[in-house]
Design a protein around this ligand. Structure first.
Ligand code: FE2
Ligand code: FE2
Length: 202
């Protein structure tokens, strides 16, 4: 696997005067349709978008805030498919050009602290980091289960996490690190994903 230097070498994102600015769900999806050719990757982003929105909803945040969380999730890997060497620099610059809320841009910039050199600070940052790898991992697990998500249990997911040959590309270290930063137990995080993950291909 080619290793790119993805360090963003910056710590400020977006313009504070754009606070509250968003794009619609339709605009976000059309950006994905344009940028992301890989259907599986699109599924991943839709799933993370949905988890982010669900988490914000469960916290009792307003529709407006829920939409911001959704955007951070659905757009976080938008540039990964066609420009892996510019991940997530390209999507950040695009969202800055579109003058969207800096909170959303910052969350995207911090979804892989090890790679992008930006620490997750806000709750939105931390939850995006926490859901990212875990969502993909649990989806991979659902695809190998005859009943998919139905009847899936936390302990089954934990067993797969221990099996290093299963979805080997998923970093267990990142999942652990993210759960600690989010101050959520691995069990609670896994349970949230099992209960809220959608399968947009169904
Ligand atoms: Fe990513
Ligand atoms: Fe991702």
């Amino acid at each position: 696997m080619i290793e790119y230097d993805l360090n963003l070498n910056r710590s400020e994102f977006g313009n504070p005067t754009n606070e509250g600015n968003v794009i619609s769900k339709e605009e976000a999806i059309s950006l994905l349709d344009e940028w992301v050719l890989n259907e599986k990757l699109k599924v991943h982003m839709k799933q993370v978008g949905h988890l982010m929105k669900s988490f914000a909803a469960q916290k009792g945040y307003s529709e407006e805030i829920q939409h911001q969380w959704y955007l951070a999730g659905i757009l976080h890997d938008a540039d990964w498919d066609q420009w892996p060497d510019q991940h997530c620099k390209k999507i950040i610059e695009e969202l800055e050009k579109r003058e969207i809320d800096p909170k959303i841009i910052r969350a995207i910039a911090s979804h892989g602290p090890k790679y992008f050199g930006v620490e997750p600070e806000t709750e939105m940052d931390k939850m995006l980091y926490a859901f990212d790898e875990l969502s993909g991992f649990i989806h991979a697990y659902s695809l190998m289960r005859p009943t998919g998500y139905q009847g899936m249990e936390v302990k089954g997911v934990k067993k797969r996490l221990k099996d290093k040959t299963f979805a080997a590309q998923v970093s267990r270290e990142d999942i652990q690190d993210a759960s600690e930063r989010a101050k959520m137990s691995m069990e609670d995080l896994i349970r949230f994903v099992i209960n809220h993950q959608i399968n947009p291909t169904e």
